[in-house]
Design a protein around this ligand. Structure first.
Ligand code: GDP
Length: 339
């Protein structure tokens, strides 16, 4: 018999705890869902192992949702829109989870998306689950945890998953890479359009929505038609889908059903053409490669030989004493040796 702290006893306790998380998630228990996401957000190595085991067990129960990415600058009305859309979907019998990828959390430890009290009406509904962005690590790390949380929410029976972000391009790319349809929320003024086009965010969009159309309907029409013509210059994502440009007013709850109809027609068109599944397969592979890239990078930086030689070679590259290519070659060569 081991002591209460012995690894064997802990293993048994952990696997019992993990099984109760798995059972809890599958029976749609919110506490188990939140605890599972907390476990997978942990950076402790033993927690990572347990998180992988739990995710593996949940995987067969995932994949049956519409994954909707929503992005837009602060103040565009994301939380207002998501709340109104969420309440509308609940009325139609859906259950939705709202996740977030907040790039500010990885840079400053602060949060653009999470600090204020958001979506008060939605957050009290049993049919909704709202989880703020993971708050530590690189953007890649934050996105990775969100992808995993998305799978857990699917296993818990949520059939619409919204992943929200705000950022400068990179977080949008990450969210577009984990969702089926990526929607850009815009303000009806030209400055906002130009920013989004310049940052390459419009290129990612399967759908562009002008919010706050109530403020100046004429300006919203104009912005929408300008956006439509700008988008004709972009390379199409798909032979079966031309990204529409819509306008709505989240605050007045106008255009919400029309928005959802577009999501449903996207889902129907992409499923019929086989692109829906193909996109998910592609995203899964891209995720694996992201993790491999990340893992290799970590191993490289933690390799004792590399740690020993890196400062010297980096200084030599900076001083122009050695070419970057030679330095990289020597450092990478160290990876083949065991220390
Ligand atoms: P977020 O930062 O993108 O999440 O934006 P919020 O949802 O917090 O909205 C920012 C402000 O815009 C709030 O004061 C909202 O009440 C307001 N707002 C949101 N949607 C609309 C809309 O459709 N019309 C108008 N006039 N105001 C809106």
């Amino acid at each position: 018999m081991g002591s209460p702290e012995s690894p064997a006893v802990r293993d048994i306790a952990d696997s019992a705890a993990d099984q109760s998380l798995i059972d809890g998630v599958l029976s749609r228990n919110r506490r188990a869902l939140a605890k599972t996401i907390t476990l997978l957000e942990s950076t402790r190595a033993d927690h990572r192992e347990r998180a992988h085991a739990v995710l593996d067990a949940l995987l067969p129960h995932t994949g049956k949702s519409i994954r909707l990415g929503i992005s837009g600058v602060p103040g565009v009305g994301k939380s207002t829109f998501i709340e109104v859309l969420g309440l509308h979907l609940i009325e139609r019998g859906h259950r939705l989870a709202v996740l977030a990828v907040d790039p500010s959390s990885s840079i400053s430890g602060g949060s653009i998306l999470g600090d204020k009290t958001r979506m008060e009406q939605l957050s009290v509904r049993d049919e909704a689950f709202i989880r703020p962005s993971p708050s530590s690590g690189s953007l890649g790390g934050v996105a990775d945890k969100t992808r995993e949380a998305l799978l857990v929410c699917e296993a818990a029976g949520f059939d619409v998953i919204i992943v929200e972000t705000v950022g400068v391009g990179q977080s949008e790319t990450a969210v577009a890479g984990m969702t089926d349809i990526f929607c850009l929320l815009q303000l009806p003024n030209a400055g906002d359009d130009l920013q989004a086009i310049k940052k390459g965010i419009v290129e990612l969009a399967d759908l562009v929505v002008f919010n706050k159309a109530d403020l100046d309907p004429h300006a919203a029409d104009l912005a929408a038609s300008q956006m439509r013509s700008a988008m004709t210059l972009l390379r199409p994502h798909s032979a079966h889908w031309t990204p529409p440009v819509l306008k709505l007013s989240a605050i007045k709850r106008e255009g919400i059903e029309a928005f959802w109809q577009v999501i449903e027609s996207y889902h129907a068109a992409m499923s019929a053409s086989g692109e829906f599944e193909a996109k998910r397969r592609h995203q899964a592979l891209a995720w694996m490669w992201d993790l491999i890239d990340f893992g290799l990078h970590e191993r490289f930086r933690n390799h004792p030989g590399v740690r020993g030689l890196l400062p010297e070679l980096a200084a030599a590259v900076e001083a122009g004493g050695i070419t970057p290519a030679v330095a990289a070659h020597r450092l990478l060569g160290l990876m083949n040796r065991n220390f």
